[in-house]
Design a protein around this ligand. Structure first.
Ligand SMILES: *[C@@H]1O[C@H](CO)[C@@H](O)[C@H](O)[C@H]1NC(C)=O
Ligand SMILES: *[C@@H]1O[C@H](CO)[C@@H](O)[C@H](O)[C@H]1NC(C)=O
Ligand SMILES: *[C@@H]1O[C@H](CO)[C@@H](O)[C@H](O)[C@H]1NC(C)=O
Ligand SMILES: *[C@@H]1O[C@H](CO)[C@@H](O)[C@H](O)[C@H]1NC(C)=O
Ligand SMILES: *[C@@H]1O[C@H](CO)[C@@H](O)[C@H](O)[C@H]1NC(C)=O
Ligand SMILES: *[C@@H]1O[C@H](CO)[C@@H](O)[C@H](O)[C@H]1NC(C)=O
Length: 499
């Protein structure tokens, strides 16, 4: 619900526990519901018989939150993207939104002429993607309202050109905004601006997507202990050429388990993988994925950038476990086999499988992974804390993320965690990772996919152009020759590589 979306935190708190440091009667936490939505491929809009949606339903999903921009506040929905860093919204007279179809009506647009606090800046955002041009327009400042907090003079971009019917709220590192990476103009993006405004203590947030058909939650400045199982395990974020640019950690092992056997895979690991809520699927190197395909009977189709699998496998008892220096998240096959979704060329009885090749070299743990995880992104400490999700954890138990090191309440630092890895443009180094009292020296072996000189910065896409336009040929075309920015554009892939 608009405006009223801030959680009644004081009411939600159970009796105050003496052992938890950061529990307060009035924690500085902002909570917002997030809704899973599916973009309708534009192709299917032309007439009802182009593609029968009941037969073939390409999947292009994103997670949205409601915000207001301007004075008085204008309602817009934006897609939450941990793989990018700018907020941008469509304007009503943009090339895309001003068409006959009124494509942008459901998410809303921002009419700058109706805001009394709007200021135009003299430089532009211009995000260019493999699948085509996505969003460009001037940076502006105006009042932003999110989860009951108000940020005055917040900087974002208005897209006069875009192919997206919904704007994007990028919540990655502020160093990776388009303005910072393309123009050297740093600004405070959302997590930083919320912390500076005092609404939260530090630039950190927790993202819980919930089950496929549920409503999730993003909690800025807090952790909801009712939404995960076991303990939060803290891992170092992997640097990219000496800088923190994307929400990337080191994947150290993948294993597939059924009732009789566990198979482990480490080909090309450790590998830098980016946690990207703006990407639908999980994208990993072919060599790592192929043995898993062999066991579950999946086939990759580069035409769609998607994999097919027998729909019957939805009920097969297999778990795919991702290990990050020992911290694990298990994804049951039922979460990876998308019932009622297929591509036009799939055999009858085949469904979409949510693990695909990272043809572009961008290794992304997208929504097909993130729905099984509770993830705390601590941008101030350059750490990610992770635990197995809990869909039925009962009443909210919200604690504040404080300041300083070890700010995430209840999280344990993983001993000897791998803090550097190749992949996603990261360059192999020997790193000393230290946080709080623990320090570990780690040398990761020089394996994994290398994406040349790409540095992982970002912009997300919940492309309403649909799966067809976001083809894997686009992904394959991730060339180093493009001047500005490139998106790995499979089915709403959200990582933009700045060259
Ligand atoms: C914005 O959303 C709120 C809450 O849903 C609603 O009360 C308000 O009327 C909306 N404003 C506009 C201009 O649609
Ligand atoms: C956003 O607002 C729309 C329109 O009022 C509403 O239908 C939707 O449920 C809201 N979404 C979230 C995540 O709150
Ligand atoms: C949209 O309108 C604004 C003024 O409100 C104008 O500056 C801008 O050029 C227009 N954009 C397009 C694509 O027509
Ligand atoms: C954005 O970048 C593309 C490709 O570099 C260029 O063709 C286009 O003119 C730019 N658009 C704007 C509005 O700067
Ligand atoms: C378990 O997986 C192995 C392959 O790793 C397979 O050979 C075996 O048939 C599976 N067992 C069951 C009970 O599904
Ligand atoms: C997979 O995980 C689920 C949930 O934790 C568990 O109930 C099930 O027994 C696991 N299956 C296997 C084969 O490990």
């Amino acid at each position: 619900m608009w405006g009223a979306s801030i959680l009644p935190l004081t009411l939600a708190l159970p009796c105050v526990s003496a052992i938890t440091l950061h529990r307060r009667d009035d924690p500085a936490v902002l909570g917002l519901p997030i809704a899973r939505r599916e973009a309708t491929p534009k192709l299917q809009k032309r007439s009802s018989d182009v593609v029968s949606t009941s037969l073939y339903n390409n999947l292009n999903e994103y997670y949205s939150v409601n915000i207001t921009v301007g004075t008085p506040g204008q309602n817009v929905s934006v897609a939450i993207d941990t793989g990018s860093s700018d907020l941008w919204v469509n304007v009503p007279n943009s090339t895309y939104c001003s068409g006959d179809d009124d494509l942008c009506a459901s998410a809303g647009t921002f009419d700058i002429s109706k805001s009394s606090t709007f200021k135009l800046l003299d430089y532009d955002m211009n995000a260019t993607y493999v699948s085509g041009f996505l969003a460009a327009g001037p940076y502006v400042t105006d009042t932003l309202e999110i989860g009951g907090a108000t940020v005055k003079d917040f900087e974002f971009a208005v897209a006069e050109q875009s192919y997206n019917n919904i704007g994007i709220i990028g919540i990655g590192y502020s160093a990776s905004t388009d303005a910072a990476s393309a123009l050297g103009k740093d600004y405070d993006n959302l997590p930083v601006a919320l912390a500076k405004s005092g609404a939260i203590k530090s630039a950190a947030y927790s993202l819980w997507l919930n089950k496929f058909d549920g409503t999730g939650n993003i909690l800025f400045g807090g952790v909801n202990k009712a939404k995960y199982q076991g303990e939060l395990q803290t891992l170092p974020i992997v640097q990219n050429q000496g800088k923190y640019t994307s929400l990337t950690i080191a994947l150290t092992e993948l294993s597939l388990k059924n009732s009789s056997e566990t198979k482990s895979y480490t080909t090309g690991l450790p590998l830098a993988v980016t946690l990207d809520s703006g990407t639908t699927f999980t994208m990993l190197p072919k060599d790592l994925v192929d043995p898993i395909y062999k066991i579950v009977g999946a086939t990759y189709d580069s035409k769609y950038g998607a994999a097919s699998i027998s729909c019957d496998m939805h009920s097969a008892d297999y778990n795919l476990t991702y290990s990050f220096s020992g911290a694990t998240v298990s994804v049951p096959l039922s979460e990876l086999v998308y019932l009622n979704y297929a591509e036009p060329d799939f055999a009858k009885g085949d469904c979409i499988f949510g693990l695909v090749y990272s043809e572009s070299g961008a290794n992304l743990l997208g929504d097909s992974f993130l729905r099984s995880a509770y993830v705390v992104y601590d941008l101030d400490n350059n750490e990610i804390s992770i635990a197995q999700t809990d869909y039925d954890g009962g009443d909210d138990d919200i604690v504040e993320i404080g300041t300083g090191t070890a700010a995430v309440p209840g999280a344990t630092l993983v001993a000897s965690a791998v803090s550097s890895a190749t992949g996603n443009g990261a360059v192999q180094t020997t790193a000393v990772y230290s946080s709080g009292a623990t320090a570990a020296t780690v040398t990761a072996s020089a394996t994994g996919t290398e994406t040349g000189s790409a540095t992982g910065s970002a912009t997300g896409s919940a492309e309403s152009g649909g799966a067809t336009s976001a083809s894997s040929s686009g992904l394959g075309a991730l060339a180093t020759s493009m001047p500005n920015h490139l998106l790995s554009g499979v089915l709403g892939a959200g990582l933009l590589l700045a060259l």
